[in-house]
Design a protein around this ligand. Structure first.
Ligand code: PAF
Length: 290
């Protein structure tokens, strides 16, 4: 049964002016504000960011905007789940203070002509497989931050490269906000929570749960001193045997710069992107060195 958004008394701002008016009242009360940018289809990973935010700020704003600029022409923009009434109900239950849910026209009015490009950390991995993705993310996130001007903005570590990109951008553009990271939340079998998991068929879902298992084993072997190249190649072969249709990357990187790491001689990050049918899954895990 479709939920009626009106039954949930969560305030919703549809325009930048309404968002700013609401935030101005809080500012006049001297309270701190946290923003959690999302594209909706909220799961516990998103809600856990709100719980974290409560430790830092008295007011928590979620934005929901399926940002057309971060989808390539053959990607899932049209079928990306749009579940605003259900999302509003979850946010209301989680005691969020405001939902900012602008229209595409509000975010990108006629004549919009600006793009934010972050180089370096965006150029490989997701940037190689999804040209235009990080430009779209940087553009919309910079807008959301400037529209709301929060004290804190929260992003999930699940999108690790995105997190580093936003941190770089905020530093480079002197946007006065503290970027905070929340840990990846996982399903019972360890699959990283993602709005895109909804695309998986039952059979694909069973296979998907193996990604984090192989990743965790790879991390253990790397931390035990196994040589990265052989270890990673072995894991990729195992993923293919398990039924993943393609492995876009499965790679050990410097945790800060994302430069390839041939030897584990500093903090690393194992990053993976795989395909199962029409669904692309990404995940990452820290790799400690001693
Ligand atoms: O991670 C997401 O959901 C999106 O990339 C973000 C940060 C909300 C920008 O559209």
């Amino acid at each position: 049964m479709a939920l009626d958004l009106k039954s949930y008394p969560l305030p919703v701002a549809r325009t930048v002016a309404d968002l700013r008016a609401e935030v101005a009242v809080w500012r006049s009360q001297g309270v701190k504000v946290a923003l959690i940018p999302t594209m909706g289809a909220l799961h516990d990973g998103h809600l856990s960011l709100g719980r974290m935010a409560r430790h830092h700020a008295e007011r928590v704003v979620y934005s929901i905007f399926v940002n057309p600029k971060q989808f390539g022409p053959n990607e899932d923009f049209d079928r990306y789940p749009r579940t605003e009434p259900e999302d509003a109900a979850k946010l209301w239950k989680a005691r969020a203070d405001l939902l900012f849910a602008p229209s595409p026209r509000e975010m990108y009015p006629e004549g919009f002509a600006t793009a934010i490009q972050v180089s370096g950390v965006t150029e490989d991995l997701e940037g190689a497989f999804r040209p235009g993705f990080f430009g779209g993310v940087a553009t919309v996130v910079s807008k959301l931050l400037l529209q709301c001007l929060p004290d804190f903005a929260f992003f999930g570590e699940k999108d690790y490269q995105q997190l580093l990109t936003v941190r770089r951008m905020v530093r480079d553009l002197d946007i006065p906000v503290a970027i905070m990271a929340g840990p990846t939340l996982r399903e019972q079998d360890g699959l990283a929570m993602s709005s895109r998991n909804a695309y998986l068929t039952r059979e694909e879902r069973a296979v998907a749960g193996q990604l984090n298992v192989i990743m965790a084993e790879t991390v253990k072997a790397l931390e035990a001193g196994k040589e990265p190249a052989a270890n990673l190649a072995d894991s990729i072969a195992r993923l293919k045997r398990l039924g993943f249709d393609a492995v876009d990357y499965f790679t050990l990187r410097d945790a800060e710069t994302l430069a390839p790491l041939d030897h584990l001689d500093r903090p690393g990050r194992l990053l993976a992107a795989v395909r199962l049918g029409g669904t692309r899954l990404i995940d990452n895990m820290p790799v400690n060195y001693s």
